[in-house]
Design a protein around this ligand. Sequence first.
Ligand code: S3P
Length: 191
Amino acid sequence: MNKDQNISYIQNHLDKPLVLVGMMGVGKSHLGSLLAKELELNFFDVDKLVEEKAGCSINEIFEQFGEHKFRSAEKNTILELLERTPCVIATGGGAVMNEDSLSAIKERSLCVWLSSEVDCLFHRLKNAKDRPLLQKANLEQILTELLENREPFYAQAHITLQTTDDDIYQTLKNLKEKLSDYLKKDRFQTR
Ligand code: S3P
């Protein structure tokens, strides 16, 4: 099936928000915005919305109010977005660790885990200054531990897509294939 057929199939059968979850640096925002554009859907980036509402950056929220405040704003934003009709939502890497967010995501969206090896994440994040959880020595160890803790939660997504350092357009193509295959199976099962 070619690209355009996958897109039309998804457009015709997606009846809820599409949520991307996965580790920092995996490409949720970039991939999500490209996919939303092709599907002609609105794109929402949870981190950006939280920053807009707070009027400051995530680093500043962590510094001034603590991670707890960020997590609560993150959860509220996700719950609000899930009230919407089909759209594409990129979550922050830690969003699935909140029980309420994860259960709402599982119930009210089609959720895709963008999975990646620590090596790939390390290369993408080694110079990142905008992720408060990574501003410590030994980035590789932090990423390994975060991934180990979070994997069981990411794995509850409806779809898992293994990403690599390939061209983002190849990953996008794989994502569209996975989505349309999932929607076909889902439709068949509910008949
Ligand atoms: C976080 C990931 C970040 C952002 C915050 C915390 C995490 O989002 O929400 O820095 O706990 O993994 P990205 O996954 O978009 O980098």
